[in-house]
Design a protein around this ligand. Structure first.
Ligand code: ADP
Length: 517
């Protein structure tokens, strides 16, 4: 059905292929899931509560990273599709059917949206594993987190308020928080559904309308769940999805003169580019959740067995494709050898492979680009002189699988210690004093997260106070809750997601001052 490649475009790291189908792509295709069931996958752009073909009719291939086979094609948006989506989103915003209604209407609609997703939870999880390569248990967890978050922000919709300010008897002054307008959202491929929820939830709860771009590698779950918007009571045009590539759709969103805010999750390099594009177009407001190289610190008094489990979750969960992964492990010298031995045994026990197989903890890396990048870093690490304690190689030649990898004997100057790898690769080194570990932990441009493992409350609080990171986990790791804000210090981002902080990103303060006679 597919004619040969007709165009090649340079993406950030490699060529991606845009194909034209010889027959028109239907707006819904049947996809068979590895669990034996099948479902209908929408393929169109989602604009005005309808799936529509892209204006130029181009499509792109979606790959199953576990088999490297094609799952389907979907429609690929271009700049004209972004303009169309912005027109519709703007009309909806200005009409007031979403932005100006009694907020309890938004509460009810978002709650119903969450319910409809929950009703289809097993299908959504399977789509996520199929498209992203993550283990099914992790995808199921993502659906729970996404649904919980939507419910949480639904409850905030009618609790956005301002202040009455005592500014003397000659005036009456107050503030109110208003929606911003059409917001653009650009999400990554490591948590496609969850990032959709983190972005769409607070934007819709506060009355904005949305034009969202999914990552080109993982567009399926967001399209699937968006089909429930209308039934949930989200008005046409409040939520729009334009699938496509970063350099085209992403760029069009970041530079669009009528998009008033852009929220992005992805690499620091792309975030920097988006910030510039936003500044140079219309100074749209920007929130960024970017990369990390997070330290995970183990003190002599830590419980070794529990800590090893936390380290495993910190680096191998989601195949290491986690912006806040605990990828730099520092162990105090008194327990270094014992902990390394226990960690090696545990890492070798991590079940890697088919995301749908019982017991799989680490699935496939999400794309060819990503596995190439990780293997390149493994090579760099070996060349730098680091010792491979375990792993360090690809598994099989079909599917993007890599062994959980530990590098020891590393120096702070090594690239594998400094640069974000975004895969199941960790470096381990020794420290002796608190001063030394604070210096090492903070010796990075990133500041997304950190882990501390100790049974001393004093050490935990003292070290967490000194760490430059947006989140510090103590005796746990990669441990999220929708009420707890998340975001980066330094070059790991601007703004916070989750918690009440996320809502602030999507409202602007209006001050009203009335002169009294
Ligand atoms: P990676 O390089 O690991 O794919 P990115 O940060 O580039 O990570 O990707 C995250 C998201 O940013 C994806 O949706 C991608 O399409 C988008 N993106 C990539 N380049 C740009 C760009 N120049 N402008 C806007 N969005 C982009």
């Amino acid at each position: 059905m597919i004619t040969s490649t007709i165009s090649k475009r340079l993406s950030s790291q490699s060529f991606v292929f845009t194909r034209q189908l010889s027959t028109k792509l239907p707006l819904s295709v049947t996809i068979n899931l590895p669990n034996g069931s099948s479902y209908q996958q929408p393929t169109g752009l989602f604009i005005g509560n309808k799936f529509v073909p892209s204006r130029q009719g181009k499509t792109f291939e979606v790959i199953n990273p576990s088999t490297e086979e094609e799952i389907t094609h979907i429609y690929e948006g271009r700049e004209d599709d972004v303009n169309h989506a912005v027109d519709i989103a703007e009309q909806t915003f200005k009409s007031g059917v979403w932005s100006k209604v009694d907020p309890i209407i938004r509460t009810n609609a978002i709650n119903k949206f969450a319910q409809l997703i929950e009703d289809h939870a097993e299908t959504v999880a399977a789509i996520e594993s199929l498209d992203n390569g993550k283990a099914l248990f992790a995808a199921r967890g993502d659906v729970v987190l996404a649904v919980n978050y939507l419910r949480s922000v639904a409850g905030w919709a009618d609790k956005v308020d301002g202040r009455v300010i005592d500014s003397g008897s000659s005036h009456f002054s107050y503030t109110k928080r208003e929606a911003i307008g059409v917001v653009g959202q650009i999400i990554p491929w490591n948590f496609p559904l969850l990032m959709w929820a983190w972005k769409v939830g607070p934007a819709l709860a506060t009355g904005n309308t949305v034009v969202l771009k999914t990552a080109e590698a993982t567009p399926l779950s967001a399209l699937y769940v968006s089909q429930f918007a209308e039934e949930a009571g989200i008005p046409a045009g409040a939520l729009n999805i334009v699938s496509g590539f970063g350099k085209i759709v992403g760029e069009a969103i970041a530079t669009h003169p009528r998009i008033k805010k852009v929220a992005f999750t992805g690499s620091t390099a792309t975030g920097r580019h988006i910030l510039k594009a936003a500044a140079e177009s219309n100074l749209k407001k920007v929130t960024l959740e970017l990369g990390g190289k997070s330290p995970n610190i183990v003190f002599n008094d830590a419980d070794i067995a529990k800590t090893v489990q936390n380290i495993i979750v910190g680096i191998y969960f989601n195949s290491g494709e986690v912006c806040c992964a605990g990828s730099r492990l520092y162990v105090q010298e008194g327990i270094y050898e014992e902990l390394l031995e226990a960690f090696k045994v545990a890492a070798e026990g991590v079940k890697v492979g088919d995301p749908f197989a019982e017991g799989t903890f680490q699935g496939a890396q999400t794309s060819q680009n990503q596995i190439d990048k990780i293997l390149q870093y493994v090579k760099i690490g070996k060349e730098e002189g680091a010792r491979v304690v375990t792993g360090g190689e690809r598994i099989g030649d079909k599917g993007f699988f890599i062994k959980p990898t530990i590098f020891a004997d590393v120096e702070e100057s090594f690239r594998i210690v400094k640069e974000e790898i975004f895969g199941p690769v960790i470096t381990i080194s020794k420290f002796s004093t608190v001063d030394e570990i604070i210096e090492k932990a903070n010796n990075t441009n990133y500041g997304l997260a950190a882990g501390i493992h100790t049974t001393s409350l004093n050490t935990a609080i003292d070290v967490s106070n000194k760490i430059e990171a947006g989140t510090v986990w103590i005796n746990t790791y990669n441990d999220f809750h929708h009420q707890v804000p998340f975001g980066g210090f330094k070059e790991s981002g601007i703004g916070r997601e989750l918690g009440t902080e996320a809502l602030d990103n999507y409202t602007q303060v209006k001050s009203v001052r009335i002169k009294l006679d």
